[in-house]
Ligand binder design. Structure first.
Ligand SMILES: Cc1cc2nc3c(=O)[nH]c(=O)nc-3n(C[C@H](O)[C@H](O)[C@H](O)COP(=O)(O)OP(=O)(O)OC[C@H]3O[C@@H](n4cnc5c(N)ncnc54)[C@H](O)[C@@H]3O)c2cc1C
Length: 433
């Protein structure tokens, strides 16, 4: 009988999946224990950075530096005696290795190291997948059930054929569905509708356009809208203004190295996230928008969407002030992902296990507070890694591209009990004991 396999299933072949799979490959190459990483993806590796994912048309640029790649910050500290070797081996999967492989490294340097377009970032992720021999299962995860010592994950492929994968551990990535919109109205577009129309050059002509949201999704949509023939473009968000992402060493270092994070109070952590991540546009997007006198910011939460004459009336609410109504002839819902989107796939028993672990009905704050050092929900026997919800508890860089190398270290550092005993047995055998 063969050894039981420690299988880590990742939902979605984005940067987080590639970071974990590449690190697992490197660990195996170095003779260190690592799980079998299986990645389920309905579109393509890097699908959300391509038009098919509905979050971009692929033609906009990454907000962060591409050197924050799948190995960044190349600072493994947990595998005593092997850390240097792990860091060096991971360099082979880095952004600059990708450029060297393509023969475009010198050009990239000479052009001033520009941030790549989203579709090029997807190409980079695909290159990592190939080089690290990542096992991709084509299809979408539809259902997640609890098994005796892990998870049973149901996958449906493009032809509608269903299969079930038994996994010891599970990692959820990505923001969920891009086709959701605030209201069903032909002039209110989901972010997927928006990019689809942009891609087909069918975006309706409008004089008063509005983008709801203040994050990366809204930033890219604004960046696109100002290239079109519009009289005004309003960005709507609850904050008093749209902040520019702080890019100084002090801010960036908290993202790259979360070591200091646990020492901050929850209020200080919320403050950092508010000032650097929520309701902020990147410096480059801001520079593009600032000089354009068609661009305005409107403060408020949209609480009502109604048809008015030829347009759409949005009611904006700000606490302590009367509601205000603004009329637009094109509205893009760019409020972004749903942090708890994956729970729709959990069956009752699996959801009950999560509830038990977090000590009450499932809410975002409860889950966020329960994320441990390994980026999994504390108190669950079978690991459930939720890096997208790890920002508050473990570090603001985990939900995004800021410290993918640290993310993979945390996820791969500790396996389930069964896997650890397998690993120990394997080591003992190779040491001839
Ligand atoms: C327009 C835009 C620009 C951004 N730019 C930056 C940036 O410059 N820097 C930064 O740090 N962050 C940026 N972000 C945030 C970004 O989403 C994250 O940093 C990063 O992509 C998250 O990586 P991921 O691996 O979690 O998910 P993703 O890259 O989103 O990958 C998730 C994958 O899951 C797949 N999937 C979805 N549903 C299922 C299912 N049911 N079963 C299986 N697979 C599924 C999708 O097809 C997708 O490929 C940006 C976000 C947006 C929307």
């Amino acid at each position: 009988m063969g050894e039981p396999v420690d299988r880590l299933l990742v939902v979605g072949a984005g940067p987080k999946a590639m970071a974990v799979a590449a690190k697992a490959y490197v660990l195996r190459e170095l003779g260190l224990p690592a799980p079998q990483v299986v990645v389920v993806e309905p579109h393509a590796v890097g699908g959300n950075w391509l038009p098919t994912g509905g979050w971009t048309d692929g033609q906009h640029r990454l907000g962060t530096s591409p050197e924050k790649d799948v190995g960044f910050p190349y600072h493994s500290t947990w595998a005593r005696g092997h850390n240097r070797a792990i860091n060096e081996a991971m360099m082979a999967f880095g952004w600059t290795s990708f450029l060297i492989d393509r023969g475009t490294y010198a050009e990239w340097i000479d052009r001033g190291r520009p941030n790549p377009h989203h579709h090029v970032w997807a190409k980079y992720l695909q290159w990592v997948a190939k080089k690290a021999e990542v096992e991709i299962v084509p299809g979408a995860v539809r259902k997640i059930a609890a098994a005796a010592d892990g998870w049973l994950v149901s996958v449906v492929d493009a032809d509608g054929v269903a299969s079930v994968i038994d996994a010891d551990r599970l990692m959820i990535t990505g923001p969920g569905d891009s086709r959701r919109a605030l209201a069903t109205h032909p002039k209110v577009l989901s972010i997927a509708d928006f990019w689809d129309l942009v891609g087909r050059r069918r975006l309706p002509v409008s004089s008063r356009a509005a983008v709801i949201g203040g994050g990366e999704t809204a930033g890219s949509a604004m960046d696109e809208l100002v290239r079109h023939d519009v009289l005004t473009v309003s960005v709507i968000s609850p904050a008093a203004t749209i902040y520019t992402r702080g890019e100084s060493y002090f801010e960036n270092s908290l993202y790259s190295d979360p070591a200091k994070w646990r020492g901050l109070s929850i209020e200080e952590r919320r403050d950092v996230v508010r000032r650097t991540d929520r309701g902020v546009f990147s410096v480059r997007v801001q520079e593009n928008l600032l000089g354009d006198n068609r661009v305005h910011h409107l403060q408020g939460r949209v609480v009502r969407v109604a048809e008015q004459d030829e347009g759409v009336a949005l009611t904006l609410r700000n606490e302590g002030r009367p509601d205000r109504v603004h009329v637009f002839d094109l509205v893009v819902d760019a409020t972004g992902g749903q942090p708890l989107w994956f729970l729709e796939m959990f069956d009752v028993d699996a959801a009950d296990l999560v509830e038990l672990a977090i000590g009450g009905p499932i809410t975002q704050p409860r889950i966020e507070a329960a994320i441990g050092h390994d980026l999994a929900v504390t108190g669950l026997d079978a690991k459930l890694y939720l890096p997208n919800l790890a920002g508050l508890a473990q570090g603001p860089g985990f939900p995004n591209l800021s410290c993918l190398g640290e993310l993979s270290d945390r996820v791969l550092q500790a396996g389930p009990a069964r896997a650890r005993s397998v690993a120990v047995r394997t080591r003992e055998r190779s040491a001839g004991r």
